[in-house]
Design a binder for this molecule. Structure first.
Ligand code: ARG
Length: 565
């Protein structure tokens, strides 16, 4: 209905597009200012008219069409056009729409493919909070885009190649053994990696050995690859525990190592296009013209590097998946890296360079300091999740000891708390990690939203009847609280579209809080089960829609909801 109104306004204002009207149309802070309001200030320049006049003219013209647009009345106030919907029509429109599968959402992504590159931890290192962020954000974006009909290829671009594995092999041979690594896993790999770095400062010769082991890996040396592969298996097994807790799977684990044999062809292509330059023995693409440092392609010993493996990867993905977009979710500190990679694709003459998108997120710090494995300033994803589950279990034992499936519920609530906390703020904001903030169950949190769902569910259980969408007295739902809830629910489609457009799951998280608050108000002020039959039927419909939307939107964030809590 809002779209129709925007369309009509755009038609009435020469030289203003529907998109512009939509962009400025807002939901006023107070009910008495209408359901929608259009500030006309931004149109003044183009229309050579003052905003007060624009609003007044629109207001007079609107009288003729208001009936058709489902508007009750409009008014012009200080340059604003305030629009009041006919509540009954509005309620009917949205209930008809939202009872449909997928809430009648337009599948704008049908027939289109997105490659989503996220999580991508580095082998032989722990899965820390930073990687938890890319994992959770990427997973949510995958779900949001899939909802819009896109085919999404979920890619875990593992950091499983590079000189660091040369270091690990040297360290393993010098300071560890099969037994210990088998027993301790990543912990041991990390220990010897740290030891290598300390020792190499005193004994530079170690670095030479590490480099030559990595060159061996690049030359497919059997022993080198054997050890490397084993380390990789150990790491993946540990990561899978985190993925299982989060309920996350991938379509491809083709990481950096997968592209090592594709770099030579890239080098040839760059040479033939005259793009490769020698610099201190290394091969580079000069990007000074674009105010960027050169993009390194191969090192002086001929080995590939993070950049060149990423360029090879995107060429491979384009060929394999023919994507419409390739999205990378990583920390902000990799922005330059992706600028260089995308620019390289552009100068190679690929027009689809425009379809490569870096989605950065802010740094995670701990007590104001950078996370670092070296000085032990680190928080592990698995610990966070387990601790959250533990605390949820305590809370349940405390508040609802008779609950069935306590463990299962604690898992859903604990994981939900972590996921929601990660997604609630704009992704670009830096986060100073605090256990208390992540594990708080009060305020705008995952458990609050889940609790609201459980509350709605419980009403539906008590009602214990099939929901009757055929005989609704829509008029009942025009009183303030019901109407406010319908308005909140009707924003779902827009929230999904906005979240997708901005690659911003926080839009959904915030939307969920709005819906939960509207439902809780409605619940407190409008008796549902004890109301008269026709009122009860109508309010049950609202409750049903609210629980469906909350469950579905939580799904878009990658969290589920328990039926009871
Ligand atoms: N492994 C990298 C890291 O942990 C992230 C990889 C992101 N994806 C990519 N295609 N470069 O920082």
């Amino acid at each position: 209905m809002k779209d129709e109104i925007c369309k009509w306004i755009a038609k009435s204002l020469v030289n203003i597009s529907e998109q512009e009207v939509t962009k400025f149309m807002e939901v006023p802070p107070e009910e008495k200012m209408g359901d929608f309001a259009l500030p006309c200030f931004s149109f003044a320049k183009v229309l050579h008219k003052n905003p007060v006049k624009i609003a007044e003219e629109l207001n007079s013209a609107m009288i003729e069409v208001q009936e058709a647009l489902g508007i009750e009345k409009s008014e012009a106030v200080n340059g604003y056009l305030n629009i009041f919907m006919n509540r009954e029509k509005y309620v009917k429109h949205w209930i008809d729409k939202m009872r449909k599968p997928d809430f009648g959402l337009e599948k704008t992504g049908a027939g289109k493919t997105i490659c989503m590159d996220y999580s991508s931890p580095n082998i032989a290192k722990y899965f820390h909070v930073g990687h938890l962020r890319t994992t959770v954000i990427g997973n949510s974006l995958y779900r949001i885009y899939e909802k819009l009909g896109f085919h999404v290829v979920r890619i875990n671009h593992l950091g499983d190649w590079g000189t660091q594995f040369g270091k690990l092999i040297v360290a393993y041979k010098k300071w560890s053994d099969e037994e210990t690594v088998k027993e301790k896993g990543i912990e041991e790999l990390l220990r010897i990696y740290v030891k290598f770095n300390t020792e190499a400062e005193k004994e530079p010769e170690l670095m030479t050995q590490a480099r030559s082991w990595f060159v061996k890996m690049e030359q497919n040396d059997e022993e080198a690859l054997g050890i490397w592969n084993w380390f990789k298996e150990i790491s993946l097994k540990e990561y899978s525990r985190v993925y299982n807790l989060l309920g996350i799977t991938f379509d491809s684990y083709a990481g950096e190592s997968f592209y090592r044999d594709k770099v030579p062809a890239l080098v040839e292509e760059l040479k033939s296009k005259g793009l490769l330059k020698k610099s201190q023995g290394a091969d580079i693409i000069d990007l000074s013209e674009y105010d960027m440092p050169p993009c390194l392609i191969t090192k002086s010993d001929g080995s590939s590097i993070y950049h060149s493996r990423d360029i090879a990867a995107v060429l491979y993905r384009k060929e394999t998946y023919d994507f419409n977009q390739c999205v990378y979710v990583t920390g902000l500190e990799q922005s330059l890296h992706f600028k260089q990679v995308f620019k390289a694709i552009e100068v190679m003459g690929y027009q689809w360079a425009d379809n490569l998108i870096h989605v950065p997120y802010g740094l995670v710090s701990l007590k104001g300091e950078k996370l670092s494995t070296r000085n032990g300033n680190i928080v592990y994803a698995e610990d966070i999740l387990n601790e959250a589950i533990e605390r949820a279990l305590h809370a349940i034992q405390d508040k609802n000891p008779d609950l069935r499936n306590k463990e299962e519920t604690a898992k859903i609530v604990g994981v939900g708390a972590v996921v929601f906390h990660d997604l609630f703020n704009q992704r670009i904001k830096n986060v100073d990690f605090s256990w208390d903030a992540v594990l708080s169950f009060d305020g705008t949190t995952g458990p609050y939203v889940q609790y609201t769902y459980a509350r709605a569910k419980s009403i539906m259980r008590k009602n214990n009847k099939k929901v009757d969408y055929e005989n609704i007295d829509f008029h009942v739902l025009t009183e303030d609280m019901g109407y406010a809830l319908i308005k909140a629910l009707s924003g779902y489609e827009e929230a999904i579209e906005k979240a997708a457009e901005r690659y911003e799951p926080s839009v959904i998280a915030r939307y969920l809080v709005t819906v939960a608050a509207a439902f809780n108000k409605f619940y407190h002020e409008c008796p549902i089960l004890h109301a008269e039959e026709n009122i009860k039927r109508a309010r049950i419909i609202l409750t049903d829609l609210a629980q469906n939307v909350i469950l579905d939107a939580c799904g878009l964030l990658g969290m589920s909801c328990p039926e009871e809590m």
